[in-house]
Design a protein around this ligand. Structure first.
Ligand SMILES: [Zn+2]
Length: 235
């Protein structure tokens, strides 16, 4: 999709503070739109060109309740969103985590929400070894640095690999994730009475989200919200 160079007039309103400088060290800022590869300048919000900024399917909604779970979604999953997730997850373009973290920060700010801790949905250890990193951790690290929330990457363990959820019935989905997560020893006290934000890059069905929330709720947190960058809308 990398096509013509675009003339971009950055609005220059985004301040480059200390946090941004720190994040630049972690994720060198891209000179290219993280979806289509068009040249942009560093003042562009979310490292997106005007075209892609317009074409992301933004979710203007706030907290949505599903199966007893509080859920918030930044975007609907489409081609542009998939490109961002794939660039991060499979092509290891870690600067995309910076864009998604910024999008999540704005989403929380728009809704006036704040949390104490961030728990990214973990991947199984074997997958972590294969891929080298958990993309949701990368997003969580960025969001934590921006907001001052504490990142608890290791609070929840994924006990086993789960099958892809597509094509499974609701019952099969539940079975697929039953017992898939557990709390790490010592995690309870870091979650008790805390406002917990569970993070995922992608939300397909409530099954994974509910299984995560169930495990975390055993620690007695004061609040749980599941925040996904992109979600498939069945409703
Ligand atoms: Zn673009």
């Amino acid at each position: 999709m990398r096509t013509e160079e675009r003339e971009v007039t950055g609005n220059g309103t985004r301040k480059k503070g200390l946090i941004a400088a720190f994040l630049d060290l972690l994720y060198p800022p891209s000179l290219y739109c993280c979806v289509c590869g068009n040249i942009i300048d560093e003042t562009r919000p979310y490292s997106l060109c005007d075209h892609c900024l317009d074409h992301l399917m933004w979710d203007a909604g706030g907290i949505h309740r599903q199966d007893g779970l509080k859920l918030m979604r930044c975007t609907q999953y489409g081609i542009y969103e998939r490109t961002m997730i794939f660039a991060l997850k499979y092509n290891k373009r870690k600067y995309v985590a910076h864009s998604i973290g910024e999008i999540m920060q704005d989403k929380l700010a728009m809704e006036g929400l704040s949390f104490d801790v961030i728990v990214p949905v973990p991947v199984h250890e074997s997958r972590l070894r294969k891929r080298g990193f958990n993309q949701t951790d990368e997003i969580g690290r960025d969001l934590a640095a921006r907001t001052g929330m504490t990142l608890l990457s290791d609070a929840v363990i994924r006990n086993r690999e789960t099958k892809a959820m597509r094509g499974l019935s609701p019952t099969e989905r539940e079975e697929n994730v039953r017992g898939a997560f557990s709390l790490r020893e010592g995690a309870e006290e870091r979650l008790r009475d805390r406002r917990v934000l569970i993070l995922d890059d992608f939300f397909t069905t409530g099954a994974t989200a509910c299984a995560m929330a169930d495990v975390i709720s055993t620690a007695g947190p004061s609040d749980i919200l599941f925040l996904a960058f992109a979600a498939r809308y069945d409703d």
